[in-house]
Design a protein. Structure first.
Length: 60
């Protein structure tokens, strides 16, 4: 379990470093880009939607 926690901490730090200094729109674009790559790799289809609860547009 400790290895998992250490790996998770490393991922969190990496993501923080990648997005530090970016504005919200840039962070969303970065996350969406990663999501598109992962979805493509595993053959997952993503639909464009608007989440009314959070009022965010998801454009993958």
């Amino acid at each position: 379990m400790k290895d998992f926690e250490n790996e998770l901490d490393e991922i969190r730090i990496k993501l923080y470093e990648e997005t530090r200094g970016l504005d919200t729109k840039e962070i969303i674009n970065s996350v969406n880009s990663h999501a598109r790559s992962i979805a493509y790799e595993f053959g997952i289809n993503i639909k464009n939607t608007i989440n009314e609860k959070y009022l965010q547009t998801v454009n993958l």
